[in-house]
Design a protein around this ligand. Structure first.
Ligand SMILES: [Ca+2]
Length: 298
């Protein structure tokens, strides 16, 4: 009998400790006192529903040979997060936009600063050891996510995540704003663009960058996840399902799938943000890599 009472006592005290611990964790998550969450510095952060294609539209074809793993790694640790890769009308380059907000140019021997999208750059935009440590100042330093030259004028159009659609002359320098809104609706996250033969500029604007479909459907869930006091690295792993996976798909102008290249284990190409085809080679940029991957189509 006495023993039974003892057991009850210990289970009561264990329950109390567990409840106390649970309360402390809940309080920590709710208030984030040490500013660990990914959006701690963005008090006005809002989430939006994003329309995504249905699962039936996603191709089921696979590249079982993981051909992307044959890509050559170029400029290792010389460029951080080179999302968009582009060449100028003379074929020089590549040019790329990197995590610190700059647009860089490869002159054949070294990387040089070519352009910037922020007139407000300071030492807070200086190079950092990790790609993930730039996110706090991106809204000040800029983040060029799409680059494309107008073949006729040589102007470089830049889609900056924070400053909208911008443009800079063939000599580079500080880019000027082309547009930050369409029909009165401000851009949320200008990501990619293209320029046709007549100089018309097309670009995409997404309110989030590569978040999972579930979170697109349930914005409150996304905000909750982002508010959890865990590092940007774990946030990212959570969003992509915990495993990097590079995929490049080629479609015909009619929308027929022509070729699919994969690195399903993320051994070489961890993720592909944009691909530029030039002289039989695919130049693969990624916001997550510290290099450019080049895949030879021949
Ligand atoms: Ca892009």
């Amino acid at each position: 009998m006495g023993r039974q009472v003892g057991n009850n006592k210990s289970s009561v005290s264990f329950g109390a400790v567990f409840a106390g611990l649970f309360f402390a964790v809940a309080l920590y998550c709710a208030t984030d006192p040490f500013k660990h969450s990914a959006i701690a510095d963005f008090p006005d952060f809002e989430t939006y529903y994003v329309e995504l294609p249905s699962w039936s539209q996603i191709p089921t074809e696979r590249d079982s040979s993981n051909l992307l793993q044959k890509s050559k790694i170029m400029f290792k640790d010389e460029v951080q997060g080179p999302e968009s890769v582009s060449f100028d009308p003379q074929g020089r380059g590549p040019y790329t936009g990197v995590a610190d907000g700059g647009v860089l140019f490869w002159n054949g021997e070294s990387w040089t600063d070519f352009a910037s999208t922020s007139s407000n750059r300071s030492e807070i935009c200086d190079p950092k050891p990790s790609i993930l440590s730039y996110s706090k100042n991106e809204h000040i330093c800029g983040r060029p996510l799409g680059l494309r030259f107008d073949e006729k004028t040589g102007h470089l159009y830049i889609a900056d995540a924070y400053f909208g659609l911008m443009k800079v002359g063939p000599e580079g320098g500080l880019a000027t704003s082309v547009s930050t809104e369409a029909e009165g609706v401000p851009f949320k996250f200008t990501n990619d663009l293209d320029v046709d033969d007549e100089g018309n500029v097309y670009f995409t604007d997404t309110s989030t960058n590569d978040l999972a479909s579930l979170e697109a459907e349930y914005p409150r869930l996304r905000k909750f996840l982002l508010k959890l006091p865990i590092s940007a690295k774990f946030q990212f792993l959570l969003h992509i399902g915990g495993r990097p996976h590079g995929v490049v798909v080629k479609y015909s102008p009619q929308g027929k799938l022509l070729q699919i290249l994969e690195d399903s284990e993320g051994k070489v190409v961890k993720a592909a943000s944009e691909v530029e085809e030039k002289d039989g080679k695919l130049w693969i940029g990624s916001v997550l890599m510290s290099f450019v991957a080049v895949y030879d189509l021949h």
